[in-house]
Design a protein around this ligand. Structure first.
Ligand code: FES
Length: 121
């Protein structure tokens, strides 16, 4: 059975926005959660364009100004919030690595340890 890793409490997230987490204590945010009123997704913080490049230019800046897309600060790739697919930029058609979330009965969001350790193809 895969180990569940705590990311945060759902009620600690803003109703709209994104936040990064370092659930494995690697010294940098390796996963981030995007939340909107009708959407909750998590992705590994690695741009598919180039190696293990993290997306934000500073902590928790994963979205564009309107909160309509995930943006990589390195070369400007834009990703669909719901699917993680690049819709504009140098990695068009490639995708962020999704991290399935679980909401437990205590209101905590967790992810399977194996999903946090996956590497990009
Ligand atoms: S590394 Fe993300 S767009 Fe180039």
């Amino acid at each position: 059975m895969d180990t569940a890793v705590l990311l945060c409490r759902l009620d600690s997230l803003p109703a709209q926005g994104a936040r990064g987490f370092d659930p494995l204590g690697q010294g940098t945010d390796t996963v981030f959660i995007v939340r909107k009123p009708d959407l909750l997704r998590a992705y590994l913080n690695r741009c598919p364009h180039y190696g293990d490049t993290p997306l934000p230019w500073r902590k928790d800046h994963y979205l564009d100004a309107a909160g309509e897309a995930i943006v990589c600060a390195a070369h400007g790739a834009r990703f669909d919030l719901a699917t993680g697919v690049c819709v504009l930029g140098p990695c068009l058609g490639q995708s962020l690595t999704a991290v399935p979330l679980e909401l437990n009965s205590q209101g905590e969001l967790t992810a399977a340890l194996s999903s946090l350790q996956e590497t990009n193809p």
